[in-house]
Design a protein around this ligand. Structure first.
Ligand code: SF4
Ligand code: SF4
Length: 432
C-alpha cells in the first residue's frame, strides 16, 4: 500500500514501524476470511484490511481519532488470525498496538468507558485487589440480568458472568527444587490466574518438577502488562515490562535460567514482545530482548523436556487453540502432541482458527461480539462430543466454561493427571 508519511513523522520509531507494516499490505483481502469480526459482522471496516486503511488515514494524517475509527479498532480482538493468513507478512500486531496507543493519547472516551477502563486497569492486574473485589461479586449477582438489559451496564453483567461464585483458596508461590540436574526455570506467577485458577500453577510446578527442572518464582514480579497494553496504555505496559525484567534479571545474570515458563498464552505473547516494546530504551533494550528469548509457553517447553507417557483414561479431549498461542506465538502442534503422548484422544473443532471471544478484557468491553463468538465456538466444540475441553489460556477456559456443559480445563491439568498428579478440579466429581 502506498504511504505518504513525512520524514519528520518517520523519525518516530513507532510511526516508522507502522509505515513499514502498512506498506507491506497489498490489499489482497485473504485476511478477511479468517477475521472473526468480519466473519460475524460482514463489514469491511471490521476486517483487517479495512482497519489498516482506517489506521493509515489516522496515523498518516495525524488526525484526531473519530468515533468511527475508535469503534472499529475497539472491535478488533487482537487475535492475530490475520497475521497467520497474510501472505505479505504484514505485522498487524505492532500496527494495531500503535493505533491503540495513539487513540488512548488523542481521543476522549465517554465517562462510562473511561470509568470502566480505569476500573479494569486498576483491579485486574493486581491479585490482592482483584481477590478483594471478587469477594463481593456474589452479592451483585442478582443484578446481572438488569445490567444485561442496559447498554452502558452490559460490561458489568459480563464481569459478573466470569466472577466465581466462590473464590478458591490462595496458593502462595513457593520455589520447588528437585535437584535432578535438568536445569532451572522461572514460572510466571500471573495476576488473574492465581486468583481464579490457582490449580493451574500447582499443576505446572508438578509437571516441571517431574521432568527434572527446579521451578523458581521471582520476587517483585507482577502482571505481564497485557491488559493495559491492549487498552493502548503504553506507559503502564512498559512499566510492567520493566518491573518484571528487574525481577527476573538477578536470576538470569546470576545462576542463569533455562527458560521463563508461561502457562497463560496471552501473557506469553506479551512477554515475547518485551524486546520490541522496549527496543528504544537504552537501559532495558538488551535485557528485554533476552527476556523475550527466554519466554517459553509451557507446552513448547514440555514437548522438549521429555515428559513421561501417561494414562489418558481413553478420554476424548476437544483441544481449543487459544489465539495468543496459535497466532500470537505460532505454537500449534505441541499442545496436541503432548495430550496424545499422555494417552488422550485429541479432536480439533471446525473453525479452530477463529477466536472464542475471550481476548483479555474483550469479553467485558465488547460483550455482545464476545458472546456470539463464544457461542459459535462452543457449538463447534460440542459437535465433537468430547469428554473434556482443554486449552492453554485461562481467559478461554473461563469464557468457554460458561458455555459448555462439560469440564473446560488447562492442558497442563490433563498432562499432570495423566502422569501421576491429581484429577483437575473441574473433572474430579465426574466418574470417567
Ligand atoms: S487481530 Fe483478529 S479481529 Fe483484529 S483484524 Fe486481525 S483477525 Fe480481525
Ligand atoms: S492478507 Fe495481508 S496483504 Fe492481504 S489485505 Fe490482509 S493484511 Fe493486507
Amino acid at each position: 500500500m502506498q504511504t505518504n508519511f513525512t520524514e519528520n513523522q518517520l523519525r518516530d520509531p513507532a510511526m516508522a514501524s507502522s509505515e513499514s507494516a502498512i506498506r507491506k499490505c497489498v490489499h489482497c483481502g485473504f485476511c478477511t476470511a479468517t477475521c472473526p469480526t468480519y466473519v460475524l459482522l460482514g463489514d469491511e471496516l471490521d476486517s483487517p484490511r479495512g482497519r489498516i486503511y482506517l489506521m493509515k488515514d489516522m496515523l498518516e494524517g495525524q488526525r484526531k481519532p473519530t468515533a468511527e475509527i475508535v469503534r472499529h479498532v475497539d472491535r478488533c480482538l487482537s487475535c492475530l488470525a490475520c497475521m497467520t493468513t497474510c501472505p505479505s507478512d504484514v505485522n498487524y500486531m505492532h500496527l494495531v498496538d500503535h493505533a491503540r496507543t495513539y487513540i488512548a493519547e488523542n481521543y476522549t472516551r465517554s465517562w462510562a468507558q473511561r470509568a470502566l477502563r480505569n476500573l479494569l486497569a486498576g483491579i485486574l492486574p493486581y491479585p490482592a485487589r482483584f481477590r478483594f473485589v471478587a469477594r463481593f461479586a456474589p452479592f451483585a449477582m442478582p443484578l446481572r440480568g438488569l445490567f444485561g438489559r442496559v447498554n452502558a451496564l452490559k460490561p458489568l453483567a459480563a464481569m459478573l458472568a466470569i466472577a466465581p461464585r466462590k473464590l478458591p483458596k490462595t496458593m502462595p508461590p513457593r520455589n520447588s527444587r528437585v535437584g535432578a540436574g535438568a536445569g532451572r526455570v522461572a514460572l510466571l506467577q500471573g495476576c488473574v490466574e492465581p486468583v481464579l485458577k490457582p490449580e493451574y500453577r500447582a499443576a505446572a510446578v508438578r509437571l516441571l518438577n517431574r521432568t527434572g527442572y527446579d521451578v523458581l518464582f521471582a520476587h517483585g514480579e507482577g502482571c505481564c502488562g497485557a491488559l493495559v497494553h491492549h487498552m493502548g496504555r503504553e506507559m503502564a505496559s512498559h512499566a510492567a515490562a520493566r518491573r518484571n525484567i528487574d525481577a527476573w534479571w538477578p536470576m538470569i545474570s546470576g545462576e542463569g535460567l533455562d527458560a521463563i515458563i508461561i502457562a497463560a498464552s496471552g501473557c506469553g505473547s506479551t512477554i515475547k514482545n518485551y524486546g520490541f516494546m522496549l527496543r528504544d530504551d537504552p537501559d532495558y533494550a538488551h535485557k528485554a530482548a533476552r527476556v523475550s528469548e527466554l519466554a517459553t509457553d509451557i507446552s513448547q517447553f514440555l514437548i522438549n523436556a521429555g515428559l513421561p507417557p501417561g494414562n489418558g483414561r481413553n478420554l476424548t479431549i476437544a483441544y481449543h487453540a487459544a489465539c495468543s498461542l496459535q497466532h500470537g506465538q505460532k505454537v500449534t502442534e505441541a499442545p496436541k502432541q503432548l495430550l496424545k503422548n499422555a494417552g488422550y484422544i485429541v479432536r480439533v473443532p471446525n473453525e479452530a482458527h477463529l477466536c472464542c471471544g475471550s481476548a483479555g478484557t474483550y469479553n467485558i468491553l465488547q460483550p455482545e461480539i464476545a458472546g456470539q463468538l463464544g457461542d459459535r465456538k462452543a457449538a463447534n466444540i460440542a459437535r465433537l462430543n468430547p469428554d473434556v475441553v482443554a486449552t492453554g489460556n485461562i481467559g478461554c477456559s473461563i469464557h468457554l466454561g460458561q458455555r459448555m456443559g462439560i469440564p473446560v480445563v488447562h492442558i497442563i491439568e490433563l498432562l499432570d493427571w495423566a502422569t501421576g498428579g491429581p484429577a483437575p478440579a473441574a473433572v474430579s466429581d465426574i466418574q470417567f
